[in-house]
Design a protein around this ligand. Structure first.
Ligand SMILES: Cc1cc2nc3c(=O)[nH]c(=O)nc-3n(C[C@H](O)[C@H](O)[C@H](O)COP(=O)(O)OP(=O)(O)OC[C@H]3O[C@@H](n4cnc5c(N)ncnc54)[C@H](O)[C@@H]3O)c2cc1C
Length: 536
């Protein structure tokens, strides 16, 4: 069953090996192990619902608890402490576009707010209800989870918007196709949530971001239904399809999506190569993408991430042997691990591998054991479970991410890391911070930073630590030729920083659009735009 206060399926857990924990303790002193609340005591806090009685609306306390929070660090602290603050007044589980229309009409008639909910995997507060004088209904799209049709000639699949990653792939694979969208949250996140929050998957190099996959769909808005037809490309003015992408549930509820799919490749392999330094690793991957060598994934772990990953992998003896071998080949301290993949037919893969290995070699790269690439693929969706176990050791783990042009990557990465490292100086606490580059483009790439810090002596004090780190990180991004988010979206946590990126006119245009579709501002208030919209 899905954990009510953490990540994923409660029948699975991932332990950090002893050597990994010993390494962590050497770089960050563990914090207080804080007590967990239990589900029944949280359910007792849930107040009476303010929603009208309706056959589609469930007001049971546990449903409301399970939909009150996403997966951000503040959400995590709220769920573990039991201090949720605000709960939705009810949850609906529609099974058709017509039922969503019925709920939307009821929201306008009876004056309550609506939060569209996909998999609830948001890490930036997208789906959290805010304090409101009106009732709040969360609409969980999880029952609209089927492959409705597949047009093999045009390679377009129609899905219910609430279909989660594993069901998207299982239903497509049965017919010989893949969507190829694999965010780390794939187990729980849904296709509608991906579109609404502009998601990016681990193999974006081959399949593109969700923007490239989304061909069209249906949005149920308070103004009526907007149907975006599937057209391969258009020069007919502004693109309405683009408007749905990143709308974050503020314009309406996406009920059906048409996605561009790809026949399953005959061969897929992942590898690891070590480069002597970050600059050489960065040069190698930049050359690969700028020469348009068709790899399916590429990731550069900086030196600290490489060290941390190798320690957390366990297998001390084998890693020791690997490091001795790399050292003999000139890849020593400061080394950076590059993980890469090929997906295609055998001949294509052979050519891409040959071309990229030549580039890695020219920059001093030494291949790691084949098993390391295979292990990456095997564990690619399991890492979030580690957060659970590190929490039980007194550690808090969180991430933030951005994207920038190649000429700014190193400087921005260093500034981002330093801003986090120094953010808790007043408490003499130094988070452990490391980064990887992923989602490569000819122009630049995404920068994804992880930080681990010790729990403070209470939940409230740990949240204060996170707020200082978040403000430092977002402050850096808002002034750094970068975006406030490459893949996690805006939600509520990033909304105050959006204007720095879009400018006043850009924000005006966004607000006009939102208030056109939702004139009474009942849809997901506070997400994307954090103030009441006052459009004349
Ligand atoms: C461990 C972990 C790893 C992650 N890794 C990645 C990653 O690799 N790449 C990445 O892109 N993201 C990642 N994320 C972030 C998150 O998974 C994405 O933002 C994802 O797209 C959210 O999808 P969801 O279905 O869970 O949407 P939700 O979290 O339920 O909702 C997100 C937003 O979309 C809106 N929404 C959802 N469904 C609809 C709908 N049908 N119609 C209208 N609006 C809707 C909601 O109102 C909300 O504003 C990760 C999160 C976690 C916890």
């Amino acid at each position: 069953m899905r954990r009510w206060n953490g990540w994923g399926d409660d029948s699975f857990s991932m332990e950090a090996p002893g050597s990994g924990l010993a390494f962590l303790r050497s770089v960050v002193t563990p914090g207080t192990v804080l007590p967990d609340a239990d589900l029944s005591s949280v359910c007792e806090q849930v107040p009476a619902s303010r929603l009208p009685e309706h056959p589609l609306i469930v007001t049971v306390a546990e449903d409301r608890v399970r939909h009150a929070r996403g997966q951000s660090l503040p959400d995590w602290l709220a769920m573990r402490s039991g201090d949720f603050g605000i709960f939705p007044d009810g949850v609906a589980y529609p099974e058709s576009t017509e039922q969503v229309q019925e709920l939307m009409a009821l929201a306008y008639e009876k004056d309550f707010e609506v939060i569209p909910y996909g998999g609830g995997t948001s890490v930036v507060g997208h789906i959290n209800p805010l304090a409101s004088e009106r009732g709040v209904l969360t609409i969980d799209m999880g029952r609209m989870n089927r492959l409705v049709s597949l047009n093999e000639e045009s390679q377009i699949a129609t899905f219910g918007a609430g279909t989660p990653g594993p069901q998207v792939e299982a239903q497509l694979r049965a017919k010989g196709y893949t969507l190829g969208h694999f965010p780390q949250s794939w187990e729980l996140a849904t296709v509608g949530g991906w579109v609404a929050s502009r998601s990016s998957g681990q193999q974006s190099l081959r399949y593109g971001r969700i923007e490239q996959m989304f061909a069209g769909g249906t949005l149920v808005s308070p103004r009526g239904n907007l149907v975006v037809p599937t057209i391969p490309a258009t020069s007919a003015g502004l693109d309405i399809r683009e408007v749905l992408l990143g709308s974050e549930g503020r314009m309406g509820i996406i009920t059906e999506v048409q996605m561009r799919v790809t026949p399953i490749a005959t061969q897929e392999q992942f590898f690891v190569v070590f480069l002597p330094s970050f600059e050489e690793a960065k040069s190698a991957v930049r050359s690969i993408v700028q020469e348009r060598i068709p790899l399916s994934m590429l990731r550069v772990s900086n030196a600290l991430e490489t060290e941390t990953q190798l320690k957390l992998a366990g297998h001390e003896k084998q890693i020791g042997l690997l490091e001795s071998y790399l050292s003999l080949r000139g890849v020593k301290e400061g080394k950076c691990m590059v993980t890469f993949g090929v997906t295609g037919n055998k001949q294509q893969n052979k050519t891409s591998l040959k071309q990229s290995k030549k580039i890695f070699k020219s920059l001093g790269g030494v291949s790691g054991p084949k098993m390391m690439g295979e292990k990456w693929a095997e564990n690619r969706f399991k890492f979030p479970y580690l957060r659970e176990n590190l929490w039980l050791e007194g550690y808090v783990v969180d991430t933030f991410e951005t994207a920038t042009d190649w000429d700014n990557v190193s400087e921005l990465m260093n500034t981002m890391e330093e801003s986090v490292r120094n953010s808790l100086q007043d408490e003499s606490v130094k988070p452990h911070v490391y980064t990887h580059l992923s989602h490569m483009y000819a122009q630049g790439c995404s920068i994804y930073t992880t930080y681990i810090f010790p729990n403070a002596e209470s939940y409230g004090a740990t949240l204060e630590r996170w707020k200082k780190i978040k403000a430092a990180a977002c402050g850096t991004l808002a002034t750094g030729r970068s975006t406030i988010s490459h893949q996690h979206g805006v939600g509520k946590d990033h909304a105050p920083y959006l204007e720095a990126e879009k400018g006043a006119l850009g924000m005006g245009a966004i607000k006009s659009l939102l208030s056109f579709f939702d004139p009474k501002q009942k849809l997901n208030p506070g997400t994307l735009v954090d103030e009441k919209i006052d459009v004349k």
